[in-house]
Design a protein around this ligand. Structure first.
Ligand code: SF4
Length: 380
């Protein structure tokens, strides 16, 4: 099935090019602690061998940044660095990577008095100096608060679009065009909508597609497939990442799933009438990364899935997040949310905090809340 792609410009990321005339690149992200150089190199090389075109590594501290410099020496894979709050790590890591991903929604955390435009100018200078591409990575769980304030709380898409658009305008005005954009949500329908609308406004900008916190397989693959089939089938999307919550040795499943979805779309084997039962239990979970506060996160996500099976027929969303970066924001939209800390798990009912519990005490506490929700729905 020949798909007419949007006329996106070419962006080179190391030895791979994305954009209209190039195959859709498949990406993944390491979930090891970046400062654990051996484990991270091992995971990068496993992903590379599995066919990953680009591999992202999270950096939050100088220690992570220096580790990434050594990691670079031990792998030939195309590397991207994921910067959240601490964007100033760019100057340390840029010589070691092929792409810099920054999150507009986290730029305000440091140097609060400095305008975000100056921070982006800094990133452009660094990227230019070190031959790096960039990604403007907007995520539903951490949208720029200034943009959120402009819109109805029910409208999560418009602030994401406005944030991405204004960053594109600034980058263009600085003469920097080697960038792509991502607009991620944990709801596949919202991913379809926000990317479709962005592509209408900026058909020239390459898009990195992903359903964030898609969760544990197979649900995580199904959610992602729904969005990718609808977008790539319309010619939207130049690189993809399937975010799966799996133990580290199984991280290569993200690449296999991404390649399978692309191959199916090419062969016309689309299943987008796949009915993702919105009236049943929906588990949202992040794919983990170097920022995970406690290695027990993946196991906890699997245990939550097991423990909550009895609630399958209830339209309840439970979010399980690995850390503070997207944890607090992403869990706000769920009926029940868990986001991990080093020794405790924070429990929420919507945006209401219900306290923090030791890892061995959180499941029974979650079950209490779930039973109350079910009772309320049954009485309702
Ligand atoms: S929520 Fe935290 S641990 Fe999970 S993927 Fe996002 S940054 Fe990483």
């Amino acid at each position: 099935m020949e798909i007419e792609r949007n006329p996106t410009r070419t962006v080179r990321i190391g030895n791979v090019e994305i954009g209209a005339g190039h195959p859709i690149a498949v990406q993944s992200m390491t979930a090891t602690h970046t400062r654990n150089i051996d484990a991270t190199v091992e995971q990068i090389n496993a992903l590379h061998a599995a066919g990953a075109d680009v591999i992202r590594v999270a950096v939050d501290s100088r220690q992570d940044a220096e580790a990434l410099l050594e990691i670079r020496r031990q792998t030939s894979a195309n590397l991207a660095v994921d910067l959240q709050e601490n964007y100033r790590m760019a100057e340390i890591v840029a010589p070691a990577v092929d792409k810099i991903r920054y999150n507009p929604g986290h730029l305000y955390h440091h140097e609060r008095e400095k305008p975000w435009q100056d921070k982006v100018r800094y990133l452009v200078d660094i990227a230019g100096e070190h031959n790096c591409a960039m990604r403007v990575g907007v995520n539903c769980g951490s949208v720029d608060p200034e943009k959120l304030a402009h819109y109805d709380p029910e409208d999560s898409i418009s602030p994401m679009l406005e944030s991405a658009r204004e960053h594109c305008e600034l980058l263009d005005s600085l003469g920097y065009h080697r960038y792509c954009v991502s607009l991620k949500d944990s709801d596949p329908e919202k991913v379809i909508e926000v990317n479709r609308r962005f592509a209408e406004q900026r058909p020239d900008v390459p898009l990195h597609l992903g359903v964030t916190e898609a969760g544990l397989p197979p649900d995580g693959v199904i959610k992602t497939r729904i969005a990718f089939e609808q977008l790539i089938g319309r010619g939207i999307g130049d690189t993809i990442r399937v975010s799966l919550t799996v133990p580290n040795p199984r991280k290569i499943e993200e690449i296999a799933a991404g390649r399978q979805i692309l191959d199916d779309i090419r062969q016309g084997r689309v299943r987008s009438v796949v009915h993702f039962d919105r009236n049943s239990l929906n588990i949202i979970a992040c794919p983990s990364c170097s920022r995970v506060e406690n290695e027990a996160f993946i196991e906890l996500a699997e245990e939550v899935k097991e423990m909550t099976r009895y609630a399958h027929d209830y339209a309840i969303t439970i979010a399980v997040m690995g850390c503070r970066v997207n944890g607090p924001g992403e869990t706000d939209d769920a009926d029940l949310g868990l986001w991990c800390g080093p020794s405790h798990v924070n429990l929420k009912r919507g945006s209401e905090s219900l306290g923090a519990y030791p890892y061995d005490a959180i499941l029974p506490r979650l079950k209490q809340e779930l039973d109350q929700l079910i009772a309320a729905k049954s009485d309702g």
